[in-house]
Structure formats: C-alpha cells, structure tokens
Design a protein around this ligand. Structure first.
Ligand SMILES: CC(C)(COP(=O)(O)OP(=O)(O)OC[C@H]1O[C@@H](n2cnc3c(N)ncnc32)[C@H](O)[C@@H]1OP(=O)(O)O)[C@@H](O)C(=O)NCCC(=O)NCCS
Length: 173
C-alpha cells in the first residue's frame, strides 16, 4: 500500500464499505471485539447506515475513518457516548481497526489522536477503552497514546472455547 491516508468523519455513503471492513475485522480478530462476526453479518442494511450516518456530535456515537488515496477505507475508530447525565463526561473508544496492508504506518495513532482532540473540544474529561490482555499490538498502540491501565475485567470475552481478560485503559483528555 503506497501513499498517505487521511482521517475523516463517517458519512452515509460509507455504509457498504464499513460493513465489509467491520466484518473483516470481526472474522480475523474475534478476541479483539465484543461484537460477534455471525451476529453482525445478519444485521440489516439499516444498521450499517445508522452506524455511519448520524451527524457527529457530543450526544452521538461517532465513527472516524482512515482513508487511502483511492478513497478506500484503511481503518476505523468509534467513540461511544453515554446518554445518562452523570456519565456523559466519559467517552468510550470502540471498534479500533487498521487493515493489514495499512498497519505500522500510523493509522491507529492518527485515529486515536483524532478521538482525543475531538473529545477535548467536545468537553469530555476522559476517554476509556478495553483491550484483550493478549493483544500486544493494540496494547502498545494504546500505551503510546497515553491510555494507562486502571483495571482488569477477567474472562469478559469468550470465543473459540477460550476466555480472554480485558485490560481497562483510560486517559484524561
Ligand atoms: C492494533 C491495531 C489497530 C494497530 O494499528 P496500526 O495502524 O498498525 O497502528 P500504528 O501504525 O499507529 O502503530 C502500530 C505500530 O506501527 C509503528 N509505526 C507507526 N507508524 C509507522 C511508520 N510510519 N513506519 C514504521 N512503523 C510505524 C508504531 O510505532 C507501532 O509500533 P510498535 O507496536 O512496535 O510500538 C492493528 O494492529 C489492528 O487493527 N489489529 C487488529 C484489530 C485490533 O486488535 N483492534 C484493537 C481492538 S481493542
């Protein structure tokens, strides 16, 4: 893969390409995500359209894409926002994925930088995330982006007959 990528918000036109990339991620890395490939593969087009097309904002669950020079999706990151009044200052980073051909080129770093800058501007106090304790590449990426461990959730992911602990990591924004 040659050329630089750019980061942008998701739009309604991204629904089919996002579905393809998300299912690719869930199939290849079942231990890395709470969502399940088989469940997700049966979701209707309206699910994917809603996921990418709601206007970005403080009250929304937002997605950003890394996009290659040809416009194809290279990676994705979401920020899940809480609706309950007392929890609204904390955003949760979800769905982080960098396509294999784009790895080790700063895609995840750039997406995390975007999420942190956005959360700061939107008035959040903290971002948090959960990462499988065995996921070395993601742990290094999150540590580099300033997300430190505040807990461990034992055996929270179950896939292929194996239970995975998740590290809970967070940072001030
Ligand atoms: C974890 C993941 C998102 C990281 O994505 P990435 O785009 O490769 O991340 P980055 O490029 O920002 O950084 C990854 C590594 O590449 C290095 N790197 C970044 N830019 C680079 C460049 N221009 N040249 C060489 N190396 C570079 C980083 O230093 C880092 O190295 P390190 O892990 O040895 O410290 C990716 O491996 C992935 O999608 N994994 C599968 C899904 C997954 O686990 N998601 C996380 C769920 S919690």
């Amino acid at each position: 893969m040659t050329g630089a990528f750019t980061i942008r918000e998701s739009t309604a036109e991204d629904a089919p390409a996002y579905r393809e990339m998300r299912l690719e991620a869930l199939l290849a890395h079942p231990e890395a995500f709470g969502s399940d490939y088989a469940e997700s593969a049966t979701r209707p087009p309206s699910h994917w359209l809603e996921r990418v097309s709601l206007p970005h904002g403080r009250e929304r669950n937002n997605l950003w894409f890394a996009v290659g020079p040809d416009g194809a999706l290279a990676g994705v990151l979401g920020v899940y926002t809480e609706s309950m009044a007392k929890l609204r200052q904390v955003g949760t980073v979800v769905s982080v994925y960098s396509r294999p051909a784009w790895r080790r080129r700063g895609v995840a770093d750039a997406l995390l930088g975007q999420a942190i800058a956005w959360a700061r501007a939107a008035g959040f106090r903290r971002l948090r995330l959960a990462v499988a304790a065995t996921n070395v590449a993601a742990i290094r990426t999150y540590a580099r982006a300033g997300f430190s461990v505040y807990g461990v959730e034992p055996e929270v992911i179950s896939t292929g007959g194996v239970y995975y602990d998740e590290l809970l990591r967070g940072r001030a924004v």
